[in-house]
Design a protein around this ligand. Structure first.
Ligand SMILES: Nc1nc2c(c(=O)[nH]1)N[C@H]1C(S)=C(S)[C@@H](COP(=O)(O)OP(=O)(O)OC[C@H]3O[C@@H](n4cnc5c(=O)[nH]c(N)nc54)[C@H](O)[C@@H]3O)O[C@H]1N2
Ligand SMILES: Nc1nc2c(c(=O)[nH]1)N[C@H]1C(S)=C(S)[C@@H](COP(=O)(O)OP(=O)(O)OC[C@H]3O[C@@H](n4cnc5c(=O)[nH]c(N)nc54)[C@H](O)[C@@H]3O)O[C@H]1N2
Ligand code: SF4
Ligand SMILES: [Mo]
Length: 717
């Protein structure tokens, strides 16, 4: 066993906090402070601190499992398990065509794995049917960013810019719980005299820190942003010069905003006109200001337009592509950013290229050594893919997601998964979805393997292997290598992450997310590099063998054009559109897909608690986290609870058109009286996603996790 201290990064969220790992003699792994990483400067939340608990062999899978004739999952050899998967995928393709095989990935996968999974689907399986859980995460913000700026990178600036700005509006982010070490940037903002505005239907831990908290009705952020823009115009706060020089499309956006009178917006959102005016004043008066969105406004059936409206507000006031100003999205998963750049998305090729762009197909096909015409076209989005299981899609390979808990309308999706002819799952634990599989492959995780992730700032990071994996597990890269070989593709699926990264560099070269100037050596030396980071043209020409390592930071050669420094701040000179100008998008308010009515009079919104992560597959296996957050609950305003006759802790049934969930009442006046909130981390009776509405945003295909109509029923104890 290795015994040195290894600097690496947390397995969980998009902050990708730095930490040091040291294997202890008793086989456990110690986490200690890694102060040299600027994002968290040593601070960790409870999930990061306890992450090694999930490395222990007693909570994880250490042998492949295969479903036997009696229907039980039983241990099997790797060869038996891999042969079975290869045979079933081959059979499905022969009987029903390549698109009958589906692939579902995850934003927790490293860049190397996400890249290889996309290549595996297109080159080995020849299927168009691949998508991933990031579709449920930040796809609306990504779509809006591409429309307006020509590029999607979560934050266009480093977190360190936040405390120096004049005002930050946080729209639907509870980062005090979802990225606790990042709260420091916002308390420093206030200490420096800046203002923090939080927009959330609940008075969260984050909202408690705000100078101004607006609590709109869920699903009305689009109207809210339009109302603010209306006031900006009415009060003469528009930056005409900036609009002239750096944008196009203002007139239509202006006309749309003018139709959203403050009084009308107050009626829709429940946010008062004086509060709207105060927001505009605080946002417009300082030199610089930012708008940051997270899942609150994005996970809506109009999430793309909603983010577009917030971007319009930034553009109209000259607050994008200027120092300490801009619009950003707080990406969620560990590699939520990189995972959406390198090809596991239905419509995408590596480097954030478009699958339907002939030049992109030619470039990537050449790197892959295949005919561009052999690459399939775009496939279905995540929910649509899951919804087609058992019908159009007969067999599924799933890596790093647990949709039985996390997909909208989960009972239906669970039933679709059960109706598959064949399901293979790669995971570190026996998740609720893995438990339904025909073959489960146990894989290595963060501390046991090397790989890169890209954090919410667009900073590419090196996660290093710190310990030896237990007997019996293999890496996702080895799985894809072995399956490719069994399906007749002997070459092109290396198991060494650095070798994959070298290929990813070439595949991404010249694309919007250009990693070609980044090497493992640079990542180690520089503590991360922001993309785009192109390699000088001559360096790429000779192919991977001649790529020089970039010079070290203190090397004078760094000043020469051979090493690109990376791009911490985007858009300062121009936006990534053909003419360099940002685009206003004309948007208008529209209702939530399912508005409350007599039968379902209450709005349900969903989200997270600090001590559990996502579907809980990992964190529900950590005793300390379970003690802090043992199970689901329903947050209810006292008035609503009184009408129901429910006291604190009483079980309450929440019923929607899709299903029913039961969880104890948590009575609090920190939530609007017309809204209830449930966290989505648990399976079974308290599964929030039994209720949620899979109404999709027409552009991003994001489901409406943040608003559906429900009724409450008292339950006998
Ligand atoms: N502890 C923990 N941390 C995590 C995760 C986790 O599961 N657990 N997951 C990671 C991932 S993948 C993600 S995507 C991020 C998510 O991070 P966040 O976006 O911060 O998390 P959520 O709790 O989903 O939603 C944020 C807030 O949106 C509010 N909200 C609900 N509906 C609306 C609405 O209509 N409008 C507005 N303005 N707000 C609304 C909710 O009340 C909630 O407080 O967290 C990451 N970090
Ligand atoms: N109601 C409601 N539902 C939601 C949301 C919401 O706000 N409300 N948020 C949505 C969002 S933003 C997200 S991101 C999704 C997330 O939901 P999921 O996609 O279910 O995400 P996780 O629970 O993180 O699942 C990751 C799985 O991969 C495994 N894993 C970890 N590392 C690796 C690895 O390296 N390789 C492999 N093969 N497996 C690995 C973990 O053990 C776990 O089982 O949930 C969405 N669902
Ligand atoms: S904030 Fe995110 S990255 Fe940091 S320790 Fe917690 S879960 Fe890990
Ligand atoms: Mo997410």
């Amino acid at each position: 066993m290795q015994t040195t201290v290894t600097p690496t990064h947390c397995p969980y969220c998009a902050l990708q906090c730095g930490m040091n790992l040291t294997p202890a003699p008793d086989g456990t792994v110690e986490v200690s402070e890694r102060a040299d990483f600027p994002v968290n400067r040593g601070a960790l939340c409870g999930k990061g601190r306890t992450a090694p608990a999930v490395l222990a062999t007693n909570v994880r899978l250490t042998s492949p499992l295969v479903r036997d004739a009696g229907g039980s999952l039983v241990p099997a050899s790797w060869d038996e398990a891999l042969d079975r998967i290869a045979a079933e995928l081959r059979r499905t393709r022969a009987e029903h065509g390549p698109d009958a095989v589906g692939v579902f990935g995850g934003g927790g996968l490293t860049n190397e794995k996400a890249y290889t999974l996309g290549k595996f689907a297109r080159v080995v399986l020849g299927t168009s049917q691949i998508d991933y859980n990031g579709r449920f995460c930040m796809s609306s913000a990504a779509a809006a960013g591409i429309k307006a700026f020509g590029l999607d990178r979560g934050l266009p600036f480093p977190l360190e810019d936040i405390p120096k700005s004049g005002c930050v509006i946080l729209v639907g982010s509870n980062l005090a719980e979802t990225m606790p070490p990042s709260l420091r940037y916002f308390t420093e903002l206030k200490e420096n005299g800046g203002t923090l505005i939080v927009i959330d239907p609940r008075r969260t831990k984050t909202a408690e820190q705000a100078d101004l908290h607006l609590a709109p009705r869920p699903g009305t952020d689009l109207a809210l942003a339009l109302g603010l823009l209306h006031l900006v115009i009415a009060e003469g706060r528009v930056d005409e010069e900036y609009i002239r020089e750096r944008t196009v499309g203002w007139e239509d956006a202006r006309a749309a905003a003018m139709a959203h009178w403050p009084e009308y917006v107050e009626r829709i959102t429940g946010v008062s006109v004086p509060q709207l005016r105060e927001t505009v004043r605080l946002f417009c008066e300082p030199e610089s200001a930012m708008v940051l969105t997270a899942r609150g406004p994005e996970q809506q059936s109009k999430g793309t337009d909603t983010v577009g409206a917030w971007i319009n507000l930034c553009l109209a006031t000259g607050r994008a592509g200027r120092p300490l100003s801009g619009y950003g999205c707080l990406t969620g998963q560990g590699n939520g950013q990189g995972g959406r750049e390198h090809g596991q998305k239905a419509d995408q090729l590596p480097g954030y290229r478009k699958l339907d762009d002939p030049a992109a197909r030619r470039h990537v096909a050449e790197v892959w050594g295949v005919d561009p015409d052999s690459l399939p076209g775009p496939g279905r989005s995540a929910y649509e893919l899951l919804d087609a299981l058992g019908t159009d899609i007969r067999s599924l390979l799933l890596m790093a997601s647990n949709p039985v808990v996390s997909a909208p309308r989960a009972a239906h999706i669970e039933e679709r998964i059960r109706s598959l002819e064949f399901l293979a799952v790669c995971d570190v634990v026996l998740s609720e979805t893995a438990a339904l599989a025909d073959v489960v492959l146990p894989v290595t995780q963060w501390a046991e393997e090397t790989g890169t992730t890209t954090n919410l700032e667009g900073r590419v990071l090196l996660r290093r292997r710190a310990i030896t994996p237990p007997e019996g597990v293999r890496s996702d890269l080895e799985v894809m290598h072995e399956l490719a070989a069994r399906l007749g593709v002997e070459k092109g699926f290396p198991t060494d992450p650095e070798e994959v990264f070298e290929e990813l560099r070439r595949a991404s070269a010249g694309g919007p997310a250009d990693y070609s100037g980044i090497t493992y050596r640079r990542l180690a030396e520089e503590n991360g590099v922001f993309w785009p980071c192109p390699a000088p043209a001559e360096a790429m020409d000779g192919g991977e063998d001649t790529l020089p390592d970039a010079p070290l930071p203190d090397d004078p050669a760094r000043e020469t054009p051979t090493a690109h420094p990376g791009t911490p701040r985007l858009f300062l000179d121009r936006f990534a559109t053909p003419d360099g100008r940002a685009r206003f998008v004309p948007v208008s308010h529209r209702a939530t897909a399912e508005e409350p009515d007599d039968e379902y009079p209450v709005l349900l919104t969903t989200g997270r608690v600090v001590a559990q992560y996502q579907s809980g597959a990992q964190t529900r296996r950590v005793a300390e986290l379970n003690a802090a957050a043992p199970g689901p609950f329903v947050e209810i305003h006292p008035r609503l609870a009184a009408r129901l006759g429910a006291a604190e802790g009483d079980p309450v049934a929440v019923v929607s058109r899709r299903g029913r969930a039961v969880a104890p009442a948590r009575i609090t006046n920190a939530i609007r009286p017309d809204t209830v909130f449930m966290p989505f981390h648990w399976p079974g009776e308290g599964r929030a996603n039994s209720l949620t509405n899979p109404a999709l945003d027409p552009t991003s295909r994001m489901p409406e996790f943040k608003a559906c109509a429900v009724r409450l029923e008292a339950v006998e104890r």
